[in-house]
Design a binder for this molecule. Structure first.
Ligand SMILES: *[C@@H]1O[C@H](CO)[C@@H](O)[C@H](O)[C@H]1NC(C)=O
Ligand SMILES: *[C@@H]1O[C@H](CO)[C@@H](O)[C@H](O)[C@H]1NC(C)=O
Ligand SMILES: *[C@@H]1O[C@H](CO)[C@@H](O)[C@H](O)[C@H]1NC(C)=O
Ligand SMILES: *[C@@H]1O[C@H](CO)[C@@H](O)[C@H](O)[C@H]1NC(C)=O
Length: 361
């Protein structure tokens, strides 16, 4: 009997807590339901974006001399607009890849499931898994897209000033140095996009595979071991048959970036974690995602299409016109652009050709 009052009190407290919790969570639910009250959009990005520097970052970077590499800048700005961002995601697969977060559960292109055996063989042949050692300290990176928007902008010198210059697929350098620069730290490609003429490979650069399907790992095995590719069944266009690079200059891009870009950053359909309609990010956006995790500063050039000029060239190196772009089954260009616009608007990345925001963000 003497316990009763306190027990009642406890019960009372409990139900008050429970009520309080219900009240709190219903509030949260309704806050999220009434989107306009949340500070964040569906993907988790701050709704109100501007290029200003948060105070703590202003303090951290304010004293650096003009042009000096700002350690951790891209990740810090990214975290300021997207609090879910965590920096840990290595550029390339290395022998510890089975411990990387997330990729073991997904099939390509979002992970490595079912490909572990061939990846182990590839990694034991390449034996190298990083950038050159001199690039271990603070590094600025630029991703050079293939857009015709690069033509006649004379950005070559600017591009070459970056510590790491990333190029995509077959985009040539020779003959276009004035506009696109001459330095290539790495070239990220998938088999159908790889340079086919061996003489066109630049001698000093990493050859990086971004695998979009299981077959792509098989293709890389042929390239690494210099084996004849007997069949090209399963590729959607012709592929390179020989890559004139030593295995030690070949890498496998961490598929985490495809997964994160698609499901988290852009918000493409999850489709049970499998490839499906409109849920594959373009290689350019995958490269930017990689850079956000691995570079101190990130810039881009040659991204974005100017749809108001259908007769302008689509790529800087060929005559195909903008109007040739077709509705794509795999990509969702407009959703992807929304994501890239957030990065530019918030100053997470710098866009030298201004094709992402165009007239305004
Ligand atoms: C920046 O410089 C000012 C004046 O020289 C100094 O007082 C301040 O501590 C410096 N801040 C940092 C982050 O180094
Ligand atoms: C680039 O400049 C060259 C030489 O001035 C000119 O012939 C060409 O039409 C220009 N290309 C574009 C896309 O503006
Ligand atoms: C791209 O996303 C938009 C908005 O979610 C959707 O309406 C459209 O159908 C998508 N396009 C493709 C190709 O999946
Ligand atoms: C797109 O093309 C139009 C017409 O030439 C031009 O006015 C506009 O500035 C271009 N936008 C960009 C981002 O280059």
């Amino acid at each position: 009997m003497r316990m009763k009052p306190s027990r009642n009190l406890l019960l009372g407290l409990c139900s008050m807590l429970a009520l309080g919790f219900l009240y709190y969570s219903s509030n949260r639910v309704s806050l999220q339901g009434w989107g306009h009250k949340s500070l964040y959009d569906k993907q988790g990005f701050l709704l109100k974006l501007d290029g200003s520097l948060p105070l703590d970052l202003m303090y951290k970077y304010g004293n650096l001399s003009e042009g000096a590499c700002k350690p951790g800048y891209a990740a810090a700005k990214m975290t300021a607009i997207y609090p879910k961002f965590t920096k840990l995601a290595p550029m390339f697969l290395d022998p510890n890849y089975k411990r990387y977060s997330g990729i073991g559960d997904y099939l390509p292109p979002f992970g490595v499931r079912s490909q572990e055996q061939i990846i182990d063989i590839l990694l034991s042949a390449t034996k190298s898994y990083g950038l050159e050692e001199e690039l271990d300290s603070c590094k600025t990176c630029i991703i050079v897209g293939n857009g015709g928007i690069l033509t006649n902008k004379s950005l070559g010198q600017k591009i070459d000033q970056y510590d790491v210059v990333v190029r995509l697929n077959e985009a040539p350098v020779k003959g276009f140095e004035k506009d696109v620069g001459s330095k290539t730290t790495m070239r990220i490609t998938y088999p159908e996009g790889a340079i086919q003429k061996t003489e066109r490979y630049e001698p000093h650069s990493l050859f990086v595979l971004s695998a979009f399907k299981a077959l792509d790992f098989k293709w890389l095995r042929h390239m690494v071991f210099n084996q004849r590719l007997r069949s090209t069944d399963g590729f959607w266009k012709s592929v390179a048959r020989h890559v004139p690079r030593e295995p030690s200059n070949m890498r496998i891009l961490n598929p985490y970036f495809i997964q994160e870009a698609s499901f988290k950053l852009i918000g493409l359909p999850y489709n049970n974690g499998q490839m499906g309609r409109g849920n594959i990010p373009t290689l350019g956006t995958v490269a930017i995602t990689m850079a956000l995790h691995n570079c101190d500063e990130v810039a881009v050039a040659g991204f974005g299409y100017n749809m108001s000029t259908p007769h302008a060239p689509l790529h800087y190196y060929e005559k195909i016109k903008m109007s040739a772009i077709k509705e794509s089954w795999t990509h969702n260009i407009s959703k992807e652009k929304e994501f890239l616009m957030k990065l530019v608007k918030a100053g997470v990345i710098q866009d030298w050709t201004n094709g992402i925001c165009g007239a305004g963000c």
